[in-house]
Write a protein that binds this ligand. Structure first.
Ligand SMILES: [Zn+2]
Length: 114
């Protein structure tokens, strides 16, 4: 029986890794560290998005004051009574346009974004 002694004088396994084996273990370790970093980044981004939502939810994008929801012909409109701005959620402008005559200005306006 024998033991391999490293430069610090500590006994090591007699098994000596080849360069390819060393690269394999380093690659595995690097993959693990990369996955951990990606997970931390995703968690941070999710936390930042949640913070932004807390700060901006139902706030006017122009003046920052509180928006009031008004239902008009089953369409929900967010209105700012401070600056007079009107905010529509995704799909609501199209819903308004559908209620209008096909040759109406609003239908032509929303067709620009389709
Ligand atoms: Zn406003």
């Amino acid at each position: 029986m024998y033991a391999v002694i490293n430069k610090e004088g500590l006994a090591m396994s007699p098994f000596i890794r080849s360069d390819k084996e060393e690269e394999y273990f380093l690659r595995k370790e690097a993959e693990k560290l990369k996955k951990m970093a990606e997970k931390r980044r995703a968690e941070t981004e999710a936390a930042e998005r949640e913070e932004l939502k807390k700060l901006h939810y139902m706030r006017c994008p122009k003046c920052g004051m509180e928006l009031q929801e008004i239902e008009f012909q089953s369409i929900h409109i967010d209105k700012c009574f401070s600056c007079g701005g009107v905010w529509l959620d995704d799909g609501e402008l199209d819903a308004v346009a559908k209620k209008e005559d096909e040759n109406g200005v609003l239908s032509r306006f929303t067709s620009i974004f389709r």
